[in-house]
Every structure is written in structure tokens, then in C-alpha cells.
Design a protein around this ligand. Structure first.
Ligand code: MN3
Length: 206
């Protein structure tokens, strides 16, 4: 996604709309992917149509050099470009087939969090204590050390310093329809859906 340029297109789900049930309902997926994610894609394209100088900039450049743009363009690009990146990684990072950590990522989780249960606890704590909308990430630094990171609203993760492995969207739109205010139940359901094979591909260390 980071290497793509205008016109951005809605990436199709890598599984069916009902494939994640009962953890995430078909209705939630249709609204979250087809309406909300698409709205961010459309808005990003519209911003670039109004600012054609940046039409051939890829998403990485639009997000990396954000502070060089004048307002309101900087905020529009940060919000909509960030939402496009975050949603792409969120939907791409889930699978209906139950998986568990393996290989070098499993070793790193044991090294940095003590165990998978320790990792789950730390990620969950970050997700439940996050105030308002945002995303919670597993990322790694230049020394391949794993870190749990919170990002506010639609901000992209700090990807110039850390690289993303997986994330959970904790905006209410990702769970309210199904779980109401119970973010913890949604977190536990989402955790069952992590595509650990893709996560490991995003961690080329070891
Ligand atoms: Mn969302």
C-alpha cells in the first residue's frame, strides 16, 4: 500500500465478508470495509485531485513528509492517508483460519514479552487504556526489538522509526455494532483472527 499512488483503489478483502464470524460480524465488515475504508480512499483521491502536484507521490511520501505541507493539506493527508494505510493493514492482517505465532516472530515474542500470553496482556492493556479513537500496533525497531505502540485517531504509526507487524483498530466503528461499548470482548475476538503467517512475513529478523 505504501508504494501506491493516485488513484488509490479499495483493496478487496482477502476473505469473505462473513468469514470472520462469529468474531466479527458480516454487517460490521460490510460497513467498516465497504463504506468507511472506501470513504477514506475516495477522500484521499479527492484531496489529490485538488492538489495535483502530489498526484504522483506515493502513500509513503505523502505520510513521511507530512510536516512540509501547508495546512489544511497536511491534516487532510495525515487523516485520510493514515486511515488508508491503517485500514489496509488491519483488514489484510486478519484470517478466518486460526493461527498461532511461529518461527522468528514467536522467538522474539518470547524474548521481549516473556510468552505469547505476556504479549497478549501488554497489547490488550494498551488497547483498553487508549483514550478515544486510534490503533494499537505491534512494531519492531532497528534492533528487531518488538514494541507495542498506540497511535491516535487516524494517525499513521511512527513508521520512519519502527516497522509495523500487526494492528488492532480500536475506533468504536470496528466493534460498537456487535459488541456495544465492550472493547475488551472485541479485542479478544480480534485476537483470534490474527494472521500470524503475514505477521511473521512483516518481521524479517532473526
Ligand atoms: Mn476503522
Amino acid at each position: 500500500m505504501l508504494t501506491e499512488t493516485y488513484p488509490f483503489k479499495l483493496p478487496p478483502l482477502p476473505y469473505g465478508y462473513s468469514a470472520l464470524e462469529p468474531n466479527i460480524s458480516e454487517e460490521t465488515m460490510r460497513i467498516h470495509h465497504d463504506i468507511l475504508f472506501k470513504r477514506y480512499i475516495d477522500k484521499l483521491n479527492l484531496i489529490l485531485e485538488e492538489n495535483p502536484d502530489y498526484k504522483d507521490w506515493n502513500l509513503f511520501s505523502l505520510l513521511s513528509y507530512n510536516e512540509t505541507f501547508a495546512e489544511p493539506l497536511a491534516e487532510q493527508l495525515r487523516n485520510n492517508g493514515g486511515a488508508v494505510l491503517n485500514h489496509y493493514l488491519y483488514f489484510d492482517g486478519m484470517t478466518p483460519t486460526k493461527k498461532s505465532p511461529s518461527g522468528n516472530l514467536k522467538k522474539a515474542i518470547n524474548r521481549d514479552f516473556g510468552s505469547e500470553a505476556g504479549f497478549n496482556r501488554e497489547l490488550k492493556k494498551a488497547a483498553l487504556s487508549h483514550f478515544g479513537s486510534g490503533n494499537v500496533w505491534l512494531m519492531y525497531d532497528g534492533a528487531c526489538k518488538l514494541r507495542v505502540v498506540n497511535s491516535k485517531n487516524a494517525d499513521p504509526p511512527p513508521f520512519l522509526i519502527l516497522k509495523p507487524i500487526l494492528l488492532v483498530d480500536i475506533w468504536e466503528h470496528s466493534y460498537f455494532l456487535q459488541y456495544k461499548q465492550k472493547r475488551e470482548e472485541y479485542f479478544d475476538a480480534w485476537y483470534n483472527l490474527i494472521d500470524w503467517d503475514k505477521a511473521e512475513l512483516r518481521y524479517p529478523c532473526g
